[in-house]
Write a protein that binds this ligand. Structure first.
Ligand code: HEC
Ligand code: HEC
Length: 316
């Protein structure tokens, strides 16, 4: 009898804990904390083993090291996973810009058959069936989980991830001349000058709200038409989003198709695009003539790109 009471008491305590606590944690304090929890929770995938963080991995600046990531049932997507950080100056999301807000974007991987493969309605009911999430959403939004607040929470978490603790920012924002090497400083001059990078990558995240074609479409083995698939405008063939360069040293491989495995290969490409793709369709005039960079120039540009890496990420 005594033991039965103890056991009953234990079961009661355990269910109270289940009501208020997710694996060892209390309810989130704000939208960002809730979004973070959802980002790392595989409850949003049909198979229960893929979360946003399976492909957007914190140690790689919330990108992936694979050319294309693996979703549920080992399925492969067709594009390289971009970083989910430093998106505050973006006006479009995905390589082809098919989403215009982070909240809208966040629901798309959940139902994508190659990624999490869970209809959004099912995701909403799963969260409503979890006492923990029901309580968490009520606390933050005063309402039950629904598609709008799931998107909003995931967006809030991603918006909170701007990387400002870089050697570059130490140099430029804090005017610490010793924060970066002379090579980084020369690389920055090249980036803004003869290498023409700044014509497309600028602003706080070295990104752009335009779509451009750097020559990675030839309609044959390079056949991702990019922005044109969304706008149906032939002038947009081979145009892709210009993503942020912050933390780029951590997010190899590069480009929408992950075709370059190092930053040096990216720089070699911009230097002599014809050495890589001879029959590009609609390539941007900015890449019409080779840059003819020296070996030292290339090293300097690479070192500049490396100086955009957050110090807190390096220590992960
Ligand atoms: C199976 C791997 C995978 C999973 C899981 C996944 N993503 Fe992605 N994510 C990608 C790929 C690949 C792209 C690029 C797809 C494209 O452009 O068509 C992408 C693009 C994005 C972008 C756009 C970034 C930009 O620069 O435009 C954001 C933001 C993002 N994902 C957030 C999320 C969130 C939030 C989740 C979870 C709800 C998630 N992802 C789940 C692979 C994944
Ligand atoms: C004409 C505009 C343009 C110019 C000039 C340009 N870029 Fe880009 N950059 C882009 C676009 C568009 C992409 C995405 C292309 C794709 O995936 O097909 C990109 C992608 C990149 C990436 C890969 C990002 C990732 O997450 O995969 C790096 C790194 C990069 N550019 C660096 C540079 C550097 C360094 C220079 C100067 C040498 C430069 N860019 C010049 C438009 C440009």
């Amino acid at each position: 009898m005594k033991y039965t009471l103890v056991i009953l008491c234990f079961v009661f305590m355990a269910s109270v804990m289940n009501m208020f606590c997710q694996p060892g944690s209390s309810l989130p304090d704000d939208e960002i904390a809730l979004g973070k929890q959802l980002f790392f929770d595989s409850i949003l995938s049909s198979t229960g083993n893929i979360s946003c963080a399976s492909c957007h991995r914190p140690e790689f600046a919330f990108a992936d090291t694979a050319r294309v990531s693996i979703g549920v049932h080992g399925r492969q997507g067709v594009r390289n996973t971009p970083s989910a950080m430093n998106l505050n100056s973006a006006a479009f999301f995905f390589w082809d810009g098919r989403a215009t807000t982070l909240a809208e974007q966040a629901l798309i991987p959940i139902s994508n058959p190659d990624e999490m493969n869970l209809p959004v309605d099912s995701a909403v009911s799963r969260l409503n069936n979890s006492r923990y999430y029901k309580a968490a959403f009520r606390k933050i939004y005063k309402t039950a989980p629904c598609s709008a607040n799931i998107g909003s929470a995931l967006a809030a978490f991603q918006v909170s991830m701007e990387t400002l603790d870089t050697p570059f920012d130490d140099w430029k924002a804090n005017q610490n001349e010793d924060a970066v090497s002379e090579s980084v400083k020369r690389g920055f001059v090249l980036f803004n000058g003869t290498a023409k990078c700044v014509r497309c990558h600028f602003g706080p995240d070295f990104s752009n709200t335009e779509f451009r074609n750097i020559g990675l479409y030839n309609g044959r083995e390079l056949r991702d038409s990019g922005r044109a698939a969304i706008t149906r405008n032939p002038a947009d063939l081979g145009k892709f989003k210009i993503g942020p360069l912050r933390n780029v040293a951590l997010t190899a491989p590069y480009m929408h198709n992950g075709m370059f495995s190092t930053l040096r290969a990216v720089i070699d490409y911009y230097d002599q695009p014809d050495n890589f793709v001879k029959d590009a369709v609609n390539r941007d005039p900015l890449l019409a003539t080779p840059l003819n960079l020296s070996d030292q120039d290339k090293t300097d540009l690479e070192n500049f790109l490396r100086s955009l890496t957050g110090k807190s990420l390096v220590s992960l």
